[in-house]
Design a protein around this ligand. Structure first.
Ligand code: 4NP
Length: 164
């Protein structure tokens, strides 16, 4: 198996204000707890352009704060170079996955595109991360727990690919 000195991952959802910024913040926090922040780079982006330049949804920010995680990024669109720069792109749901695969067919690039919950070992089937945007704070808390569990599993998976 090839090992890498560093890896980079991009989390992608529709608006880049609810799920993917939470995933990014959680992933970054769990990396730093394992002293891996200089080994794996992380970012997030969206496939839709409605919220470009805006901070994360206030409900994502407050659920992150409840867990001592700061979300200070601004929404951005997935761009052509992401498919060339990132090692992994994790789609929050199957719509995002289809959109990303279409974009990669146009732009090329080495990035491996995966459905985020492929790495959730608590389920047999690969499922979407439900979009909490039209829900309430409890839906954001549920999203947090799901994202946290799977982020930890992704980190365990990627660590095996790193030359530590
Ligand atoms: P996200 O949630 O994809 O998890 O950021 C959404 C945010 C905004 C919209 C839809 C989903 N929207 O339709 O504006």
């Amino acid at each position: 198996m090839t090992t890498h000195n560093t890896l980079s991952v991009l989390f992608v959802c529709l608006g880049n204000i609810c799920r993917s910024p939470l995933a990014e913040g959680i992933f970054r926090q769990r990396l730093s707890e394992k002293d891996l922040d200089n080994k794996i780079q992380v970012d997030s982006a969206g496939t839709g352009d409605w919220h470009i330049g805006f901070p994360a949804d206030p409900r994502s920010i407050s659920v992150a704060e409840e867990n001592e995680i700061l979300l200070d990024g601004k929404a951005r669109l997935v761009r052509q170079e992401d498919f060339h720069c990132f090692d992994y792109i994790f789609a929050m749901d199957r719509h995002n996955l289809n959109d990303l695969e279409d974009l990669q067919r146009q732009h090329g690039g080495k990035a491996k595109i995966r459905l985020f919950r492929e790495f959730d070992t608590s389920t047999e089937s690969t499922l979407d991360v439900p979009d909490p945007y039209y829900g309430g704070i409890e839906d954001f808390r549920e999203a947090f727990d799901l994202l946290d569990k799977t982020c930890r599993e992704i980190i365990d998976h990627l660590v095996e690919k790193l030359a530590l």
